[in-house]
Design a protein. Structure first.
Ligand code: NAP
Length: 289
């Protein structure tokens, strides 16, 4: 059964946005923050400020925690009573999430871990989504409250799974950011601004995203024989980019590890395979085919 009473502990940039989103969707929100003044804006919007974590937790069946790091979250969870549901939206590692879930279970507290994929300003908009793992019961019981933040995705009962997804999406995001910055650096040597380059990069990346469906099929099936873009073709392409970057005075360092993986695949006799086959050198514990 869904509840309208929700407690939010931690009112930094993200926690404040979460509490405000809950208020907008008609929830009865109790808040606590180490620096109490940060609750004032939310109290003006209808939230109730608690004086202690224990008082805040007692006010609602579900307690959302969003603080700086897992160490702070662990300290704050100590006074939470058995029977409560905790949704921890503090960023942490998969192991930290699993440890907190085990600790919560030992105290009779139901634990759901979450990774927020949005900046505070996007909370409650269609651009925001949150990935959850841990207690399915907590996810189902408090789904209406969680949906206040954005689309909610439950990814499994292992509490660490949401944080693994977080790491994975951050890898893809950082690679895109770093790729764009390198792109701006090299094209910029021809007098082109980042704004001028952006529309072409956007169209290019849209095509790349479509290509990822082929990559996903290849790596899941470990079948690289029919790929659109071979190891050998990409070795040649990267050699050109690396040489041209050096000639233009732009560091090619970020591409060198990928080139090294392609060279190893070629040396192992896989030059005609799809370039996606470098995954065989990245995955731990999988024997190369
Ligand atoms: N901001 C984002 O775009 C974003 C997006 C996704 C995920 N996240 C994650 O969300 C979490 C919070 O981020 P944020 O941007 O809200 O950070 P923030 O603005 O720096 O706020 C940090 C919060 O943690 C509290 N805190 C820190 N140490 C504490 C302690 N020892 N005991 C009690 N409270 C403590 C702070 O309390 P005081 O007010 O008293 O200092 C504040 O409420 C982080 O894990 C972050 O990685 C953030």
């Amino acid at each position: 059964m869904s509840t309208k009473k929700v407690t939010v502990i931690g009112l930094g940039s993200l926690g404040s946005a979460l509490a405000a989103a809950l208020l907008r969707t008609g929830h009865d929100v109790t808040v606590w923050n180490r620096t109490p003044e940060k609750a004032e804006a939310l109290v003006a919007q209808g939230a109730t400020r608690a004086d202690t974590v224990a008082e805040a937790a007692a006010a609602s069946p579900v307690v959302i925690v969003c603080v700086f790091d897992t160490e702070a979250a662990r300290e704050l969870l100590a006074p939470i009573q058995a029977g409560k549901a905790v949704v921890n939206l503090t960023s942490g590692s998969p192991d930290e999430a699993r440890e907190l879930a085990a600790w919560a279970a030992s105290r009779g507290v139901d634990y759901l871990d979450g990774a927020v994929m949005a900046v505070p300003a996007a909370i409650g908009t269609p651009d925001a989504f949150v990935m959850y793992s841990g207690s399915r019961e907590v996810f189902d019981a408090h789904r209406a409250a969680l949906d206040s933040f954005g689309a909610s995705h439950f990814l499994g009962e292992d509490a660490g799974v949401a944080e693994f997804h977080d790491l994975g999406l951050l890898y893809a995001g950082y690679a895109t950011l770093v790729g764009f910055l390198n792109s701006v650096a090299i094209v910029g040597t021809a007098g082109v601004t980042a704004r001028e380059l952006l529309p072409l990069v956007t169209t290019w990346l849209t095509g790349m995203v479509a290509y990822l469906a082929d990559v996903a099929r290849e790596v899941d099936e470990r079948d690289y024989t029919d790929g659109a873009s071979s190891v050998a073709i990409n070795q040649v392409a990267l050699d050109k980019i690396i040489a041209a970057s050096r000639a233009a005075g732009v560091s090619p360092d970020l591409l060198l590890p990928f080139k090294e993986l392609l060279d190893r695949r070629a040396a192992d006799g896989h030059a005609r395979d799809s370039a996606s086959s470098v995954i065989e050198l990245l995955r731990p514990g999988i024997h190369p085919e």
